[in-house]
Design a protein around this ligand. Sequence first.
Ligand code: ADP
Length: 256
Amino acid sequence: CKVIKIGGALIEDGELQNRLCRKFASMSSPFVIVHGGGTFAGQLSERLGIPRKMIDGRRVTDRETLEVTVMVYSGWINKTLVARLQALGVNACGLSGCDLNLVQADRREGRDIDWGYVGDVRQVNMGALELLLQAGVIPVVAPITHDGKGVLLNSNADGIAAAVAETLGRCYDVELIYCFDKKGVLADVGNEDSVISCLTPSLYEEYKGNGVIHSGMIPKLDNAFKSVHNGVRVVRLIHPDDLDQPNAGTRIILEK
Ligand code: ADP
């Protein structure tokens, strides 16, 4: 089966999202979708007059921000996506990590910084995923998790996708696909023709070192390499228009 993460930029582009949903509707094997958040939560916070709290350039999820994040991610974004899929005949079911105890996380402990309600994934409920997939349901997972003690947490969608793929990978042949706004990992970010078709750990270190790979791509690739290490058979980064192309984009491979 496939675990497909769809990035924030795709969530914001309605036309791209429609094309993506049509690709999902044409897929024959079972799959799980994990989606990111985009900028809508930030925009809504602004409309509500909730100040953005940043430390060292990173967003802190305080109580009020968590409220908005849960409403936007597991509400508006998740349900819009599910409605679009249902309209195309895909029997999608939207879930956050607390539903069916799908994803539990540990609240992140900062040494000097309190990140607020941010969670690092601890475990994924394999039984819940199997139940849904065997019933022909396509799970659509929002990046909201819980700590198992009643507290919701905001978790990174790339990390959730990796954990879901690794959990399913213990029993099934799994392909983890990160769909985002570029054709793959690029050797020149301004040039879509410069897709790196196979990325090894040493190439990754080199491109990170010279700044070719930067920002959001670094945590994404850290998750991608970890998943290959942990037994996920195929991990690829692609543009959604190439979802039906088996060899498109960048494949993550370990050194021989
Ligand atoms: P997502 O869309 O999944 O939320 P991010 O925005 O976190 O993903 O990361 C994707 C972004 O990473 C791309 O839009 C691009 O701007 C940036 N990026 C940095 N380095 C590269 C690279 N070498 N190749 C492609 N994208 C890169």
